[in-house]
Design a protein around this ligand. Structure first.
Ligand SMILES: NC(=O)c1ccc[n+]([C@@H]2O[C@H](COP(=O)([O-])OP(=O)(O)OC[C@H]3O[C@@H](n4cnc5c(N)ncnc54)[C@H](O)[C@@H]3O)[C@@H](O)[C@H]2O)c1
Length: 268
């Protein structure tokens, strides 16, 4: 049993999908979870679900692309909570509005993806690291993707941003190792979340005759059947369970790693 009681955790992009699932699992292990998102209403509703099940949680509006605002949110939380022990950098997108309808990512898609998926991770990590360094403890978990492991023709900007997250995880882990702060990444496989629903709708995503004429969900299930050795989809709770372990004291000797949770799709 992982014990995260007396730990304060900040999760970004927690209103939906994987971030919401991670927040639930951390709260189940006893953490006080701050659910943050650019969608404050969604974060509030997700937090209320956790509190309604007996977990400790609260919500806050946080846009990971706005460095100054991120720093001020973190300072407010430090005033209120005393310390932030765990940070999960989960917020992510596939592009600017309507990105899934474009065959080739636009300049705006590249900018949006790098600003949120990569710079957003750096912004939040740097906002919390001073407090962690002073206390010589802290756990940072970055949500990358199996898209970081292999380039692809369909969403090159997304793949590049996630490869950047893995590289940043290694650099930051080395910067913070002398302070006994652990920085790791998780590479989720295929999860049926709003982000993936959009992705599967892209005209050239998984260009495969076997997917023709199928609904979005049926396409997803076919992709799982064809591409995941263990023949099952991954869930936000799967990602939450590894996050909880990496955020626990039991993981004190693991840093700079990127771990796939993908039913065997990637083995590097
Ligand atoms: N779904 C998958 O199959 C999959 C696979 C691998 C990796 N991932 C990664 O997991 C993470 C979560 O994805 P998801 O599938 O749960 O997507 P999702 O769309 O369900 O959730 C993403 C959340 O991020 C929030 N967000 C977007 N921009 C933000 C910003 N600027 N500041 C703060 N919050 C912001 C959104 O409001 C949303 O609540 C992403 O980093 C994604 O790249 C997802």
């Amino acid at each position: 049993m992982i014990d995260l009681s007396n730990k304060n955790a900040l999760v970004t992009g927690a209103a939906s999908g994987i971030g919401k699932g991670i927040s639930k699992v951390l709260a189940e292990q006893g953490a006080n979870v701050v659910l943050s998102d650019i969608d404050p209403n969604g974060a509030r509703l997700a937090s209320e679900e956790i509190s309604g099940s007996g977990g400790k949680s609260q919500s806050v509006h946080l846009d990971v692309t706005n460095r100054a605002s991120a720093q001020s949110v973190v300072l407010d939380l430090l005033d209120q909570l005393g310390q932030i022990d765990i940070v999960v950098n989960n917020a992510g997108v596939g592009g600017a509005g309507g990105w899934w309808e474009r065959k080739v990512p636009s300049e705006d898609d590249w900018d949006a993806v790098l600003a949120i998926n990569l710079r957003g991770v750096v912004n939040i990590s740097q906002a919390v690291e001073d407090g962690m360094k002073e206390r010589r403890q802290g756990k940072i978990v970055n949500i990358a993707s199996i898209a970081s492991r292999q380039g692809g023709p369909s969403i090159p900007h997304y793949n590049a941003s996630k490869a950047g997250v893995v590289s940043w995880t290694q650099s930051h882990a080395l910067q913070l190792a002398p302070y006994q702060i652990n920085v790791n990444a998780i590479c989720p496989g295929l999860l049926w979340t709003p982000l993936f629903e959009q992705l599967i709708g892209r005209p050239d995503f998984y260009d495969n005759q076997a997917l023709e004429g199928l609904t979005g969900r049926e396409r997803f299930e076919k992709v799982i059947e064809l591409g995941i050795p263990m023949q099952k989809e991954q869930t936000p709770e799967d990602i939450g369970k590894l996050t909880a372990f990496l955020a626990s004291d039991d993981a004190h000797n693991i840093t700079g790693q990127a771990i796939n949770v993908d039913g065997g799709r990637r083995m590097n």
